[in-house]
Design a protein around this ligand. Structure first.
Ligand code: KG4
Length: 337
């Protein structure tokens, strides 16, 4: 079964063709990051406009790269939530019109379910159940993936997402948007151990997370240095910041594995590209006797193929939608349709 999949929830427009949920036939992506970098973050109205400009040509490219015509496409999958509402609406409206015009089923896909499903593309042997650490620009979740479409949240951030925290910390260190990758590169230049940064614990919810205090601590350190003229060791701060994020994420993922008895853990989302977090997760999984799946970097960030992968399993579960399908800025990963 060939699915044409769309993703437009933030600042990447993506169209892909995926076969049977596992084989990527094409994966066309147009990033708007350079445009948003001018403003230091995503400007929602610009994001929506850029999606409108890109999506038709990307669809043609995805079909051509996959050596497909519209007659080869069996269904259309699309991110319907969560994300910037205007941005999600562009992809959703386009996907609806394609499904309607071609008379094929329309499959709504939760964006973070898609991130987790990126692992199915990279690892053919991977099947639920497993634990997922989904860490992206807008979401930070520890999820028990009981089955392809039966997901339960075990832990979540109470405030900022890990990626958002990376982007804000990077900004005060003078790094370009999106800040995760440059922070990663800067952190490589220091062994850290210079700055004491907070790792928050949520009272009564040991698997939940909080990143806003960490973000504020980095902002305060940078502003203090600026105002007093004291030198700031930017590389050490990047390293200590990343350590604090990793020390928040990794022990919780391992505790979730202990509580559920799961022996397989998958990372997902843009922050899963971070070299320190990847190394820490690997070390912790080795120590606990867990198998770790780390998607290749190109599948960590937003892409259309991951939506096609999850879309296939949603379709098998009967989760299709009619033309009344709406977009949602927020939606729990446990919900469907
Ligand atoms: O998954 P993604 O592309 O978009 C969302 O679904 O949100 O994640 C984007 C986030 C951004 O915050 C970006 O700074 C972060 O992923 N990111 C990283 C790295 N590469 C991207 N964060 C830490 N280290 C990286 N190497």
């Amino acid at each position: 079964m060939k699915i044409l999949a769309f993703e437009s929830s933030c600042d990447e427009t993506a169209a892909a063709v995926v076969e049977d949920g596992r084989r990527v036939l094409s994966d066309a992506i147009a990033s708007q990051a350079d445009m948003h970098a001018l403003y230091g973050g995503v400007v929602p109205e610009i994001a929506s406009r850029k999606h409108v400009e890109a999506i038709a040509a990307l669809t043609e490219k995805a079909l051509a790269d996959a050596h497909c015509t519209k007659d080869d496409i069996d269904a259309v999958a699309v991110t319907y939530a969560p994300g910037l509402i205007g941005a999600v609406l562009v992809g959703l409206s386009f996907a609806k019109s394609v499904a309607y015009a071609w008379n094929v089923p329309l499959i709504p896909v939760h964006h973070v379910r898609g991130h987790i499903a990126a692992n199915y593309l990279a690892f053919p042997e991977l099947e639920p159940p497993f634990l997922a650490l989904a860490i992206s620009g807008g979401n930070t979740l520890i999820v028990d993936v009981r089955d392809y479409t039966d997901l339960r949240i075990l832990g979540a951030t109470r405030d900022d997402a890990a990626g958002e925290c990376f982007d804000k910390a990077a900004r005060v260190l003078g790094l370009p948007y999106p800040g995760g990758k440059p922070m990663d590169e800067l952190a490589q230049q220091s062994a850290g151990g210079v700055y004491q940064l907070p790792v928050a614990h949520v009272d009564g919810a040991p698997l939940d997370m909080s990143f806003s205090g960490l973000k504020t601590a980095v902002v305060n350190l940078a502003h203090h240095a600026e105002q007093t003229g004291e030198p700031l060791d930017r590389a050490a701060l990047a390293r200590d910041f990343t350590r604090a994020v990793s020390d928040t994420l990794v022990p919780r993922a391992m505790e979730a594995a202990r509580q559920t008895g799961r022996k397989v853990i998958c990372a997902a989302g843009g922050v899963a590209a971070n070299s320190i977090i990847r190394a820490d997760l690997q070390k912790a999984c080795d120590a606990a006797g867990c198998r770790l799946y780390l998607p290749p970097l190109r599948l960590c960030g937003d892409n259309g193929a991951m939506i096609g992968a999850q879309g296939y399993y949603e379709y098998l579960a009967g989760h299709t939608a009619g033309m009344e399908l709406n977009a949602y800025a927020t939606r729990e990963i446990e919900d469907r349709g």
